[in-house]
Write a protein that binds this ligand. Structure first.
Ligand SMILES: [Zn+2]
Length: 57
């Protein structure tokens, strides 16, 4: 089993640049409107790799 991690350059891409809500399988940019009124938390590296980035970010 292999993971595709070449979507973003590993250098310069902070895992803390993305957030995830408890009920969503997406990750979001901090400024994304989807994070408003949610208990979003900073996405871990694993979460970032497992979940696609929201289209509205
Ligand atoms: Zn989003």
């Amino acid at each position: 089993m292999s993971e595709t991690i070449n979507e973003f350059r590993t250098a310069g891409e902070s895992p803390r640049a993305y957030f995830r809500t408890a009920t969503s399988t997406w990750v979001h940019r901090p400024e994304c409107p989807h994070l408003v009124s949610t208990d979003a938390h900073a996405a871990t590296v694993a979460e970032r790799l497992q979940h696609p980035v929201c289209d509205d970010c």
